[in-house]
Write a protein that binds this ligand. Structure first.
Ligand SMILES: Cc1cc2nc3c(=O)[nH]c(=O)nc-3n(C[C@H](O)[C@H](O)[C@H](O)COP(=O)(O)O)c2cc1C
Length: 260
């Protein structure tokens, strides 16, 4: 059964919906209206509805009220480049949890990140409050101690410095089903969206690599995070208000690039 409903009074038959259809599910009928081909698989990307200049399409799998207006104004490239270049990994945070409504707004941006075949399989875990975050670090340190991690790092922990999650007040972990082949990529992209949306709000962010690596091999850390059965932690971010501002953008290695 077709999932596309066409308002033939509004449709001008311009074919934009057919052209942008990711799964090539749509064609223009002899009457000049879009119709769904049989035995095709729509990936529910919503492009057909989103592109129609005449508001002529409805998709039964995508509630109309959940479409947002697309932003019309592009930010100046210099503004975007400056923003991206000035992003830094923040490792010193104020002792203040990120507000729930801010986290909800960030997750709402992250859920709009692209996912392979629009599968949207990610699961999020938000850990709020310095004590809960420190308990995660402690569990990671337990594994590191048992597996012979450098004693200099562990000495930092013993000295009261949390090198795992840097004393962040909030941690967000992105999980994906273990049997899903694009989990790492989808999580990294969604976390990057979240990171940039957080920085746009003045928050400081750092990728939680230790947490991710130890969660992959240490079940007690996955339990401490309440990772659902069948899911893997594919990435995480520390978040909080930064204690310091950076004045300069550090240099990078020269590009390694081939132009073909
Ligand atoms: C996948 C990934 C994992 C990372 N894990 C950690 C981490 O566990 N702890 C940390 O302090 N920084 C971590 N970082 C931050 C990098 O060290 C940082 O991006 C790099 O030093 C460059 O600095 P910049 O982000 O300020 O440009 C991680 C970065 C990435 C991309």
């Amino acid at each position: 059964m077709s999932q596309i409903i066409v308002d033939t009074n509004l449709c001008k038959g311009d074919g934009a919906c057919v052209a942008v259809c990711a799964a090539r599910v749509l064609v223009l009928s002899q009457e000049g209206f879009p119709e769904e081909l049989p035995e095709t698989r729509c990936i529910l990307c919503g492009h057909c509805v989103a592109v129609c200049p005449n508001d002529a399409l409805t998709h039964t799998g995508l509630p109309r009220e959940e479409f947002l207006p697309a932003s019309k104004k592009l930010p100046a490239p210099a503004v975007i480049d400056g923003f991206l270049n000035s992003r830094r990994s923040v490792r010193e945070f104020k002792n203040k949890p990120v507000a729930r409504e801010t986290l909800e707004a960030l997750l709402d941006v992250a859920r709009r990140a692209p996912t392979a075949t629009n599968s949207q399989k990610l699961h999020w875990i938000v850990v709020g409050g310095g004590e809960k975050v420190r308990a995660l670090s402690a569990e990671a340190v337990n594994w590191m101690r048992a597996s012979g991690t450098s004693s200099a790092m562990l000495a930092q922990w013993e000295g009261g410095y949390d090198f795992i999650l840097r004393g962040a007040p909030t941690v967000v972990a992105a999980c994906a089903p273990e049997d899903y082949g694009w989990g790492k990529q989808d999580c990294a992209i969604a976390l990057t969206f979240l990171e940039l949306a957080a920085e746009a709000r003045g928050l400081g962010v750092c990728w939680a690599g230790y947490l991710t690596r130890v969660a992959a091999v240490h079940a007690p850390l996955r339990q401490a995070l309440s990772v659902p059965d069948g899911y893997a932690v594919c990435g995480g971010l520390m978040l909080g208000e930064p204690r310091y501002k950076y004045r300069l953008v550090p240099p990078r290695k020269p590009l390694s690039v081939q132009w073909l």
